[in-house]
Design a binder for this molecule. Structure first.
Ligand SMILES: [Zn+2]
Length: 456
């Protein structure tokens, strides 16, 4: 897949005109603009519109752009989401604000922090942006039409509201009330941007293998078993003699190995699956689910024919697990198959052990779900004895060079996990009924509005 790393070239000029006064904002302290993977040189001035949280979502019945003239303008929105939303829904909405702004016709997006904290100024001003960009110039996270994403200091953000009926402080006070969504209104000023991005293009392989189905009809449908093959590369600030390689033994060599074992078991079973089974080791997950996002946008089989997707990320074979967790279980019936397969091995299906992390939108199954595929992410659950192992892993090994084979891996636990995932995939492939989203799931409504739904 084609990837591009964009970084800012030189010091961009950002000019805020408010109350008839034009002022250049200080780069890196008052303003940061995300480098562009689609436009090397950006030079534009646009009018500004405040649009609440910038949420436009038919499944929720919310359209904060309604009644506002947004076309060709820059929308100014509050960061985050209204208080009281489900954490997974909130995480999803927070991640698709550029797409919602672009759909409304905006050319720019300014996200201001809900409070004085949490600005992306430094990240935008000094960091780089990595994304896939295809031959047509379409990019993964940068929707067509939206030319920039900008972060402002509190001071600069407050000036956007000069000459309007409400101050930023008043808007924030209203937003702080539970469930409140401050109504949008036009702002009086303009924002000017003159910025150049530097590009580095590279590629990385998505690795796919397929076992064709045996059923004359069902073979045209696909069960997707996937994992990610990338990790974090080499540690740049390692001291001489120090281990500098991010091996990613559990995150996610263990997931790839589990997937390959399931594939091997299909072939040695002597019985072909009825549906076709597609195995994908995605790349660039750690860079923002880029491999899965690219595949979901350029699927190698018709996306509507993908019956289910099961993602394997970071199995934890450090203890004898008694429970597995399917992230996404509340949303589609794939988890019923997980429960049925698990019960044949005396395993329970547990609930999400860390709901505050919004895992459903943080791994490779999410881009597939966004295309309407009933998708889940498998984890080895806490059960009675797993929590200390997870806590210790997150504290000492996760995204560190120590995620390597020095960990006390229980190979029989790993083998049981592989067997479970074979049984799950086998059932998904052989079941006459394909999985469905639940009728009352927000994600079913948002991602698969036309599909037939399941009841609980
Ligand atoms: Zn991972």
């Amino acid at each position: 897949m084609p990837l591009r790393r964009a970084s800012t070239d030189g010091t961009p000029v950002v000019t805020l005109t408010s109350g008839g006064q034009a002022a250049r904002l200080a780069w890196g302290t008052d303003v940061g603009v995300r480098p562009s993977v689609t436009e090397k040189s950006r030079k534009l001035t646009s009018q500004l519109v405040f649009a609440g949280y910038g949420i436009s979502d038919p499944a929720l019945g919310i359209d904060e752009f309604k009644g506002l003239d947004v076309k060709g303008k820059t929308v100014v929105v509050l960061g985050g989401t209204p208080a009281g939303l489900d954490t997974e829904v909130a995480a999803h909405l927070g991640s698709v604000k550029p797409q919602m702004a672009a759909r409304a016709g905006a050319v720019g997006l300014i996200e201001i922090g809900q409070s004085a904290r949490g600005s992306r100024i430094g990240q935008y001003a000094r960091g780089s942006a990595v994304d896939w960009v295809d031959a047509q110039g379409q990019a993964g996270s940068n929707p067509q039409g939206l030319r920039f994403r900008m972060a402002l200091s509190d001071d600069a953000a407050a000036r956007l509201f000069t000459g309007t009926p409400r101050t930023l402080a008043q808007v924030r006070a209203e937003a702080a009330k539970a469930g409140a969504r401050p109504a949008g209104f036009p702002l009086t000023g303009t924002i000017g941007l003159d910025a150049t991005s530097r590009w580095e293009d590279f590629t990385s392989p998505e690795v796919l293998g397929m076992i064709p189905g045996s059923d004359p009809t069902l073979a045209a449908e696909y069960v997707l078993l996937m994992s990610h093959l990338d990790h974090l590369g080499v540690k740049k600030d390692a001291k001489p003699g120090e281990d500098a390689i991010y091996n990613g033994a559990l995150d996610n060599a263990a997931g790839v190995a589990t997937m390959l074992e399931a594939a091997r078991e299909f072939t040695t079973s002597g019985k072909r699956p009825r549906r076709s089974v597609l195995f994908i080791a995605h790349t660039a997950e750690e860079l923002g689910l880029l491999g899965a996002s690219y595949w979901a946008a350029h699927p190698t089989v018709p996306i509507a024919q993908v019956a289910a997707a099961v993602d394997l990320d970071m199995p934890m074979p450090l203890y004898q697990f008694t429970e597995v967790v399917a992230f996404g279980a509340p949303h589609n019936t794939v988890a019923r198959t997980v429960a049925a397969a698990a019960s044949t091995m005396g395993l329970k299906v547990g609930v999400d052990p860390f709901p505050e992390q919004s895992i459903f939108v943080r791994s490779d199954h999410y881009p597939l779900a966004k295309r309407g595929v009933p998708a889940i992410l498998m984890f080895t659950g806490y059960g009675a004895n797993g929590k200390p192992y997870w806590d210790k892993f997150f504290a000492d090994r996760y995204h560190q060079v120590g995620d390597d084979l020095s960990q006390a891996i229980l190979w029989d636990a790993a083998a049981r996990y592989a067997e479970l995932n074979y049984r799950i995939s086998r059932r998904l492939a052989d079941d006459p009924q394909r999985p469905r989203w639940y009728a009352d799931s927000y994600f079913g409504k948002a991602f698969a509005p036309q599909q037939a739904k399941a009841t609980r």
